[in-house]
Design a protein around this ligand. Structure first.
Ligand SMILES: *[C@@H]1O[C@H](CO)[C@@H](O)[C@H](O)[C@H]1NC(C)=O
Ligand SMILES: *[C@@H]1O[C@H](CO)[C@@H](O)[C@H](O)[C@H]1NC(C)=O
Ligand SMILES: *[C@@H]1O[C@H](CO)[C@@H](O)[C@H](O)[C@H]1NC(C)=O
Length: 634
């Protein structure tokens, strides 16, 4: 029953939980809990080798993460660090088990040519497994990109140094992506110093070298590459670029997915020789529907495939145009929606200053341009080199398709308009005791990590739940050469579900965070359940405990009378009875159904604060339950 000071917050909560009307712009969700890193073990940070004077001055210069089996690799300036995930259980710290060093040869000459010394280091921008024994690494190497292969266990260099152009950018500020598929490297970056020649490139394998058409803005226009994915017969590339089809408003960024066929052999000597015959691209539509559609057009980061509402999806972080009002959104795209988009109509510009419109089907030659030779409609062509000239001429002029891939559930999973921009995303598609809950981890420009339950996809919970907000940046432990503004920016997120932790990268350092802090609810069952955290479960004797992935059972169900007598909540959490709302919470589930009573009046309303690492994990009620610092909302 609402009473006393709890009454007004309860009303507020009710108002906030009303479904938004069609026209209303979604509001930023409020966090259920906030945490910071005060008190967390200093060993959870890594900012470079102790003995490295450059690291002491400049910080780590993080470039990218790679998880191989149970090893986390961190590519940085002049080094690749290896962290053994088995050996390093939570709290034990972040110390590399080994590392390799690869410095630029030309640092002095480079500095002479008017570059800052720090731009001349070797920034390792490509780090991909070539096969089970070998890693490919490419670095900027004083604006002279090079690649090398290394034995994964020996860390010995195996091949001669190779030219890194079209595989690795010239400087660390340019974007790039790379993956191996069937023995070939697929890379996307700029091939030159000025970033004027962007390319999607294939090399190193048994198949012919191929690239996108040179200096053709219809193929690529100032792209910023974000992600690459192998799926079926294709390699997919995700990026943002300056749109060609919407030039009326100036330089408008659009987000894209492009794809090429893995078996593409290039065109004939008459057309597209040495170039893709299968390069097609589509717009990604991350927008809020309404009388006028509001777009988040600039893709910033994308996850690999994970499950959303039982279908395979990719989760992307998008922002508004750079000169627009700042806002960001998370949109998921179902893989089958993306594939369907590639079956859509082609798009073309009728006259030079005219609008771009769909090409009518009778003008499209056969087999459908962009098809993989030997498959489907192009099954009768054994190689792309045999494709008819009119097909090659058409695909060269029409890489852009008309449809835009709609977001899953037709709208963003989350929008943020009143706080720092989103920069990174990681997803756990198999959280909860049944392994069927998706949890998003989002990184922001200001160093916050958000843990979010996306909308349930069923009537009842149309809004996301912001489970937790964690201030992950520590200026004293993660300083670098960068101004405070960019130093706080989260530039990498990597989830280690097995190890129950999240790695967060800033330019200056990498940190490791446990993905849940269930013990802070101690022996208070109500608080444990109200946290709605799929990583937390109620255990009748151990209180609120971390559950790790599927099979993490042995926890009581909500409403279990047995467990209630152990309820031990502090302060305003009066009485030992759980409120009537408790049974409305599906323990570890996606939240209360619509008709359920609101949470008990003394449930937390404002964000709860907690300090990471200050609490040990639930080791029994006595230890975990008493002396909590949790402060109840009323
Ligand atoms: C990963 O583990 C598998 C199975 O244990 C092994 O076959 C494979 O070679 C390992 N890969 C790497 C890169 O170490
Ligand atoms: C994007 O999706 C919205 C809402 O579903 C739709 O109204 C809009 O036309 C779409 N935009 C494009 C370019 O397809
Ligand atoms: C997960 O699986 C359990 C048991 O099969 C089911 O009760 C629950 O509704 C599922 N949750 C979601 C979000 O699909």
């Amino acid at each position: 029953m609402p009473r006393g000071p709890c009454f007004i917050p309860l009303l507020l909560l009710l108002l906030l939980s009303l479904p938004h009307s069609q026209a209303a712009f979604p509001q930023d969700p409020l966090p259920l809990f906030t945490s910071d890193l005060q008190g967390a073990s200093p060993l959870s940070w890594f900012r470079g080798l102790e003995e490295d004077a450059v690291a002491a001055e400049l910080g780590l210069d993080f470039q990218r993460f790679l998880i191989l089996n149970r090893t986390l690799l961190v590519a940085a300036r002049d080094h690749i660090f290896f962290f053994d995930l088995e050996a390093q259980e939570e709290g034990e710290g972040l110390v590399p088990s080994k590392y390799l060093t690869w410095r630029s040869q030309g640092v002095e000459n480079c500095a002479v040519r008017g570059k800052q010394t720090e731009e001349c280091y070797n920034y390792i921008r490509v780090l991909v497994p070539w096969d089970s024994q070998t890693l490919l690494a490419c670095g900027t190497n004083s604006f002279n990109p090079k690649c090398r292969s290394y034995g994964i266990t020996s860390l010995q260099q195996e091949s001669k140094e190779m030219d890194g152009r079209a595989r690795c950018p010239f400087d660390a500020t340019q974007s790039n992506v790379a993956i191996f598929a069937e023995g070939s490297l697929y890379s996307a970056t700029n091939t030159d110093f000025q970033a004027s020649d962007p390319v999607v490139y294939r090399s190193l394998g048994p198949l012919p070298l191929l690239r996108t058409a040179k200096h053709d803005s219809k193929w690529l226009r100032e792209p910023h590459f974000v992600h690459a994915l192998e799926h079926g017969d294709h390699i997919y590339f995700f990026f943002r670029e300056v749109s060609v089809e919407d030039a009326r408003l100036g330089r408008v960024q659009f987000s894209r997915v492009a794809r090429v066929c893995k078996r593409d052999m290039g065109g004939s000597s008459r057309a597209l020789d040495g170039q893709w015959t299968s390069f097609l691209k589509l717009r990604l539509n991350c927008s809020i529907p309404g009388d006028s559609t509001f777009y988040f057009d600039a893709l910033q980061a994308l996850t690999g495939p994970a499950s959303l509402h039982g279908r395979t999806a990719l989760f992307g972080v998008f922002t508004t145009q750079t000169n627009s009002i700042p806002g960001s959104a998370v949109c998921a795209f179902y893989l089958d929606d993306i594939e369907r988009g590639f079956e859509g109509k082609f798009k073309e510009q009728r006259s030079l200053d005219g609008a771009w419109t769909p090409v009518s089907e009778e003008k499209v030659p056969s087999p459908r341009p962009g098809s993989c030779a030997g498959v489907g409609g192009a099954a009768s062509f054994s190689s792309s080199k045999d494709l008819p000239d009119d097909v090659l001429a058409f695909i060269k002029a029409h890489p852009l398709l008309d449809p835009a891939v709609p977001p899953a559930t037709r709208q963003p999973l989350l929008t943020l308009t009143s706080r720092a921009l989103l920069t990174q995303v990681a997803v756990d598609g198999s959280a909860g005791p049944h392994g069927n809950v998706s949890v998003l981890f989002l990184g922001l420009e200001d160093g916050m990590v958000l843990k979010v339950l996306p909308p349930s996809g069923r009537p009842g919970r149309p809004d996301p739940i912001l489970l937790e907000e964690i201030d992950a940046y520590s200026p004293s432990r993660c300083s670098g050469k960068f101004a405070a503004q960019t130093a706080r920016r989260i530039i990498g997120l990597e989830l280690d579900s097995e190890g129950h932790r999240l790695f967060v990268a800033f330019s200056g350092c990498v940190i490791s965070l446990p993905i849940s802090r269930c013990a802070r609810h101690g022996a208070c069952q109500r608080s444990c359940l109200a946290s709605q955290d799929p990583y937390c479960g109620w255990h009748s004797s151990r209180g609120c405990v971390d559950i790790r992935g599927p099979g993490g059972t042995g926890v009581d169900q909500a409403g279990n009378q047995d467990s209630m007598e152990h309820d031990d909540c502090q302060d305003g959490a009066t009485g030992s009875q759980s409120g009537p709302g408790d049974s409305a919470y599906v323990l570890l589930g996606p939240g209360p159904p619509p008709e359920a009573p609101s949470p008990p009046s003394d449930a937390p309303l404002g964000p709860q604060s907690s300090t990471l690492g200050a609490h040990t994990q639930g080791k029994g009620k006595g230890a975990a339950g008493r002396g909590r610092s949790d402060v109840w909302g009323c």
